[in-house]
Design a protein around this ligand. Structure first.
Ligand code: GTP
Ligand code: MG
Length: 182
């Protein structure tokens, strides 16, 4: 059969230490590092996925070209270089840090103002859900609060853990399917 390869540019944005690089490493290398160093500038990685729902005769492969930006304030001015021309953006917050959702909302506003949402698939991602179970539940952002905000802004929404891998693949699969449809 024939093989169709589509290429999309994806950018990660969000406060420092919310786990952007950890999400990318889970997706690209299926690994996790407890002591990951803060990103300097930005990092580039790529990964392909197959899209389900394509016919038996043809296979559709989506290649993500991923720009993992640095969340530290001093790198903020570099971000437009990476989100300009992007097809998709993951706006990441940490479910144990309420401030990180405030930062995420600011990124969503900036993307909508500077890129325009017809051209960009935006996914809001709450990371570190592994810290939310058991006796020491550290959750600070309720799922409903983030989900309502995402719905109101027409964003995709996932809660994930880069540490356990829970939900990480689904982010990229749903973005891939959405980009494939349009
Ligand atoms: P910057 O590069 O500074 O913007 O940070 P970042 O958003 O890339 O965060 P990074 O992936 O470096 O993760 C920061 C810290 O959080 C690291 O110590 C990670 O090990 C930890 N971390 C990331 N994801 C998770 C997760 O899902 N669960 C837990 N428990 N810790 C996580
Ligand atoms: Mg990083």
């Amino acid at each position: 059969g024939n093989r169709v390869m589509l290429q999309f540019k994806l950018v990660l944005l969000g406060d420092s230490s919310v786990g952007k690089s950890s999400i990318v490493y889970r997706f690209v290398k299926d690994s996790f590092d407890e002591f990951r160093e803060s990103t300097i500038g930005a990092a580039f990685l790529s990964q392909t996925i197959k899209i389900s729902g394509s016919s038996e005769q043809s296979e559709t492969v989506i290649k993500f070209e991923i720009w993992d930006t640095a969340g530290q304030e001093r790198y903020k001015s570099l971000a437009p270089m990476y989100y300009r021309n992007a097809n998709a953006a993951l706006v990441v917050y940490d479910v144990t840090q309420q401030d990180s959702l405030t930062k995420a909302r600011a990124w969503v506003n900036e993307l909508k103002n500077k890129v325009g949402d017809e051209d960009l698939v935006i996914c809001l991602v709450g990371n570190k859900i592994d810290l939310c179970d058991g006796d020491e539940d550290k959750r600070a952002v309720e799922t409903g609060e983030a989900r309502d905000y995402a719905a109101e802004q027409s964003l995709l929404f996932y809660e994930v853990s880069a540490k356990t891998g829970s939900g990480v693949r689904q982010i990229f699969e749903s973005i891939g399917e959405k980009l494939y449809e349009t």
